[in-house]
Design a protein around this ligand. Structure first.
Ligand code: DLZ
Length: 214
């Protein structure tokens, strides 16, 4: 279902793309549904499992810094791979072990010397989706974080020239968040719309266009 106000998205071929998803861990139920929506939309566009890389941070405030590092690190790994540098083997192992997983949980695993063949791309990310859920409380905390993260993410995509998809929900209560993750109140029959799926489509579109505009 297409959300009110959102034009039917065009379909783009994401089969050659490598996309990062960085998510905060606050409000996990909503985050998990948004992640599912984003991944499904990307896979529907042909993005391969092994070319979707997940990473997490504690809260939304950490998203801008982490997106910036995630992208820079993918550039370093890519140039190391293309020059056949010493980091090639370990970077390839790391990438293949972390696709569709959380780097935070796999980074501590020792690299194996028997690397399995993987079709995982080692190119820099074509787009990164930053996902967080901010729920308004009784103080000004919400406003400060929402403002800082929005500006931070915009700055990173312009400075780094990589599309950063804005997956930050800024909601007044949990129910609003559940509705925007497509898991709202069952009884009313209206479960809402999963915005993660729009973010997945946007990442593919911008990833394809970024290559065209390079
Ligand atoms: C501290 C805090 C609060 C109160 N609420 C949220 C929230 O609703 N969503 C979210 O993603 N993060 C929240 N955080 C954590 C901050 O984003 C951040 O992780 C901490 O302030 C540490 O920098």
């Amino acid at each position: 279902m297409v959300a009110a106000g959102l034009a039917q998205p065009k379909s783009y071929d994401g089969s050659g793309l490598r996309i990062g998803i960085l998510h905060a861990r606050w409000n996990a139920k909503i985050i998990d549904a948004l992640l599912d929506g984003a991944k499904k939309a990307m896979k529907d566009c042909g993005v391969k499992d092994e070319n979707i890389v997940l990473q997490s941070v504690p809260g939304s405030y950490e998203l801008p810094y982490a997106v910036q590092r995630m992208y820079a690190s993918s550039q370093i790994q890519s140039s190391s791979s293309s020059t056949g540098g010493a980091l090639l083997a370990s970077a390839t192992d790391l990438l293949s072990s972390t696709s569709m997983t959380d780097l935070a949980t796999t980074a501590s695993k020792p690299a194996t010397s028997t690397s399995t063949k993987s079709s995982a791309s080692t190119a820099p990310f074509d787009a990164i989706i930053a996902i967080g859920v901010l729920i308004k409380g009784e103080t000004m905390h919400f406003e400060y974080i929402a403002d800082a993260v929005s500006h931070g993410l915009m700055k990173i995509q312009l400075d780094s020239q990589v599309p950063v998809i804005f997956g930050l929900l800024t909601v007044l209560n949990e129910e609003q968040g559940l509705m925007r993750a497509g898991i709202g109140e069952k009884d009313s029959g209206n479960r809402g719309h999963n915005h993660g799926s729009d973010w997945g489509s946007a990442a593919v579109e911008l990833g394809v266009k970024r290559r065209e505009w390079a």
